[in-house]
Design a protein around this ligand. Structure first.
Ligand SMILES: Nc1nc2c([nH]c(=O)n2[C@@H]2O[C@H](COP(=O)(O)OP(=O)(O)OP(=O)(O)O)[C@@H](O)[C@H]2O)c(=O)[nH]1
Length: 129
């Protein structure tokens, strides 16, 4: 059986821009772009998970806004349920703890990135909102 993960990610707005982060070479899905987030731990709510992961990975504070539709995706060696939330940047200086780089993008630039496959439908749905 391949592992299945429940992963929460945040589409974070900072003024008119949206934050995207690039996975580093030594992570799974190397150099793919994603929304920051991570696996839900036991006894943790989705909202607690996203707050914790954003603090750990980026050291910024966010306000969680709206849950969007989850995506089920099968990668060759694991499967995920990826649950996106929109969120607003509230404060703190962004420090990348795990990722290779970050970009703040206009909405129309999002589709230019090489997204992790599970994120593609999320970007598409977000652009329709
Ligand atoms: N955080 C996040 N993970 C995503 C996204 N899209 C996507 O396929 N994933 C996958 O979901 C998995 C879980 O995320 P994670 O951020 O906790 O993974 P991790 O650092 O523990 O990876 P690792 O197992 O290599 O240490 C990762 O393998 C990642 O590739 C996304 O938009 N955000």
């Amino acid at each position: 059986m391949i592992p299945h993960y429940r992963v929460v990610c945040a589409i974070i707005h900072q003024q008119d821009k949206i934050l995207a982060v690039q996975r580093s070479e030594n992570m799974k899905l190397p150099l793919k772009w994603e929304f920051p987030g991570g696996k839900i731990e036991p006894n943790e709510s989705e909202q607690q998970c996203i707050q914790r992961e954003i603090k750990e990975e980026l050291d910024i504070d966010i306000e969680v806004l709206q849950r969007l539709n989850p995506v089920l995706h099968d990668y060759p060696d694991f499967s995920i349920e990826l649950i996106p939330y929109t969120a607003k940047y509230v404060g703190g200086d962004l420090k990348l703890k795990e990722h290779a780089q970050h970009r703040l993008l206009d909405k129309h630039e999002l589709q230019e990135l090489d997204w992790a496959e599970a994120d593609v439908p999320i970007v598409e749905e977000y652009l329709e909102v």
